[in-house]
Write a protein that binds this ligand. Structure first.
Ligand code: CMP
Length: 149
C-alpha cells in the first residue's frame, strides 16, 4: 500500500474542550507521522475557500461562523493509506451515527460543531495541503528514537 499524505483540521471545539492532546495522541499511536502542524484562527476568506463546495447548503453559514470563532489546529499527516485511515478514525459526519472508538463517536456532541475535518480524496488532500501550508512548513519525518538510547 502506498505512503500518502492527508490534511486534518482540529476544529475550534478541540482547543476549547482541551481535547487537542487526546486527539494528537490517538493519531500518533495509530502510526500517523505529523509532518506539518500549526494553530491559527481562520479568516472568513480562507474558511469560505476551504468549504466552497458546501456554499448554499443550510449548514454553510453556521459552519463558517463556527470555523472562524476561535483557533483551529491544522496538520499534514503521513502514513500508508493515510486518507482512508484518517477518515475511519474520524468517523461519519453525523455524531450520533459515529461509532464509539472514532473521534466523532467518542467526543462529538453536535454535528454542526464536529471536531475534526479529514480530507476525503487524493484531490482534496492535495488542494487542502496547498491551501493551508507552504512547502517550507513541511518537515519530512525522521525516526530519531535510536539517538536517545
Ligand atoms: P467537515 O469534514 O469539516 O466537512 C464539512 C462540514 O460541514 C462537516 O465536517 C460538518 O461540520 C458540516 N456538515 C456536513 N454535513 C452536515 C450536515 N448534514 N449537517 C450539519 N453539518 C454538516
Amino acid at each position: 500500500m502506498a505512503v500518502e499524505r492527508t490534511f486534518a483540521m482540529l476544529k475550534p471545539g478541540v482547543l476549547q474542550r482541551r481535547l487537542a492532546g487526546e486527539i494528537l495522541n490517538r493519531l500518533e499511536r495509530k502510526g500517523f507521522n505529523i509532518i506539518a502542524l500549526k494553530q491559527k484562527k481562520l479568516s472568513m476568506k480562507l474558511a469560505e475557500k476551504h468549504y466552497a463546495e458546501h456554499k448554499g447548503k443550510d449548514f454553510y453559514e453556521p459552519l463558517l461562523k463556527y470555523m472562524t470563532s476561535s483557533p483551529v489546529i491544522m496538520m499534514i499527516l503521513e502514513r500508508e493509506n493515510a486518507i482512508a485511515a484518517l477518515r475511519n478514525m474520524a468517523g461519519p459526519t453525523n455524531v450520533d451515527e459515529a461509532a464509539p472508538g472514532t473521534i466523532r463517536g467518542d467526543f462529538g456532541v453536535i454535528t454542526r460543531r464536529n471536531l475534526i475535518h479529514a480530507s476525503d480524496s487524493t484531490e482534496s488532500a492535495e488542494r487542502e495541503m496547498n491551501l493551508f501550508f507552504t512547502e517550507d512548513e513541511i518537515a519530512p519525518f525522521e525516526d530519531g528514537n535510536e539517538k536517545w538510547y
